[in-house]
Design a protein around this ligand. Structure first.
Ligand code: PMP
Length: 454
């Protein structure tokens, strides 16, 4: 193993430049990658020994924090016993994890394992389409999702995504994906209550179903709260109205819990905050806290049962080689055991409330238009003008993120460059943060904002 003190950073940066193609990085930034060498708790250390508090948990996923030996050991032990077998047959870690996920979901679901959030959503689309066929609704193939939402990078999941910036270079995408307005209450029409605006947004889904012809629509997919698209938190009644519309029109409700799941929302799953019962739930990220790739598509038992008809050869025509890898499942079980033992779901709620209370002071800042949060997940919407709500320029956003990094704090930025919204700073720290970690986030961000104000 490479000892950090022995890393020649310049040489590694040269090799990085030469051999590695990074995700989502413009080439100017690509020329200056940070090489992360180790991590512990909420803190990462780069190859030059600089420490940063990772307030984005990597890509919203390291929920239990870095450096958990028991997760590494669970994977090691499983690799030593049975490193691999496909889930065309079965193995113990997958069975145990599927049972544990039912406990976490608090309802009766059957679990299909894959490797990434994108794949979990692809599986959901295929199951939804085939399910509709199995029950005789042969013409239902369309899906409805929201603008600004992110559902993944593969072509189907990207088609469901509502961010032009990620899509327009790769079109034409998969047909049959429609988009409606997100319940972005900050930008609601003047004089309208947030409640009425959310109702209007939910009703847009019903209008779309009716105009398209309900008999052509297979499902609606949404996150409980839009995370990567700018932390857009609906009114509590929004999701129940969406559920009602789906039931009325025979459309499946698919909830993407890839970020909202596993405690991030202050409940075990994001939808537990809203009292709805989704037909399909997709999950990834926090399932293993990012330590190994694993994702899951949880499907209501009644839907699974529709695939049992032997006359129609009704089995699911989907397989993946690595999904439900035994070591990844064993690690996920260890990860959930840590969350339960340390009460991290409850901690997420407590830390989230604290972060929110501290950040609310920033509403007085000239650049801060809105602050939104959901559990231990928070977005700060930056504006150039509070009256017109014109988004802050990319330059201002970049300056704040850069200043935070220089002060030892990694934060995120989300939205949609093409649509002109790329102005929401995001915070999604490990749920295992100490009180001092949260103090550091608050202190550092406030200092940076005070400097940028000038
Ligand atoms: N859904 C949501 C809500 C996500 O945030 C992401 C990833 N950021 C995905 C799906 C796709 O997950 P992955 O990158 O693991 O494919």
């Amino acid at each position: 193993m490479l000892d950090r003190s022995e890393i020649d950073t310049q040489e590694m940066k040269e090799k990085d430049r030469r051999y590695l193609w990074h995700s989502m990085s413009p080439y100017s930034e690509h020329d200056r990658p940070m090489i992360v060498a180790s991590a512990q708790g909420a803190w990462i250390t780069d190859s030059e020994g600089n420490r940063y508090l990772d307030a984005m948990s990597g890509l919203w996923c390291v929920n239990v924090g870095y450096g958990r030996q028991e997760l590494a050991e669970a994977a090691y032990n499983q690799l030593s016993t049975l490193p691999y077998y496909p889930l065309t047959q079965s193995h113990l870690p997958a069975i145990e994890l599927a049972e544990k996920l039912n406990e976490w979901l608090g309802d009766d679901y059957v679990i299909f394992f894959s490797n990434s959030g994108s794949e979990a959503n692809e599986v959901a689309f295929k199951i939804a389409r085939q399910y509709q066929q199995q029950i005789g609704a042969h013409s239902r193939f369309k899906f409805i999702s929201r603008y600004r939402a992110y559902h993944g990078s593969s072509l189907g999941a990207l088609s469901a995504t509502g961010q032009a910036q990620r899509k327009y270079k790769y079109e034409p995408l998969t047909s049959g994906f429609l988009h409606v307005s997100p319940p972005d209450s900050y930008r609601r029409p003047e004089g309208m209550s947030a409640e009425a605006f959310n109702r209007q947004c939910a009703d847009e889904i019903e209008r779309t179903i009716v105009w398209e012809g309900a008999e052509s629509v297979a499902g609606v997919i949404m996150e409980p709260v839009i995370t990567g698209g700018g932390v857009i938190v609906p009114e509590p009644s929004y999701l129940t109205r969406v559920e009602e519309i789906c039931r009325k029109h025979g459309v499946l409700l698919i909830l993407d819990e890839v970020i909202c799941g596993f405690g991030r929302s202050g409940q075990r799953f994001g939808h537990h905050n809203f009292g709805v019962k989704p037909d399909i739930v997709t999950m990834a990220k926090g399932l293993t806290s990012g330590y190994l790739p694993l994702s899951a598509t949880a499907v209501r038992k009644e839907i699974y049962d529709a695939f049992k008809d032997p006359e129609q050869y009704g089995h699911l025509r989907h397989v993946n080689t690595f999904g439900g890898n035994p070591a990844a499942c064993a690690l996920a079980l260890a990860n959930l055991a840590v969350m339960e033992r340390e009460g991290l779901v409850e901690r997420s709620r407590v830390l989230g409330e604290r972060l929110r209370a501290e950040f609310d002071e920033l509403l007085a800042h000239s650049l801060v238009g809105d602050i939104r949060s959901f559990g231990f997940l928070l977005g700060v919407e930056l504006v150039a003008d509070k009256a017109t709500k014109e988004p802050a320029s990319a330059d201002v956003v970049k300056r704040i993120i850069g200043a935070c990094k220089r002060a030892g704090l990694i934060i995120g930025k989300n939205g949609d460059t093409v649509a002109g919204f790329n102005n929401v700073l995001t915070f999604s720290p490990p749920l295992s943060c100490t009180d001092e970690d949260v103090d550091f986030i608050v202190r550092t961000f406030k200092q940076v904002m005070a400097e940028v104000a000038g």
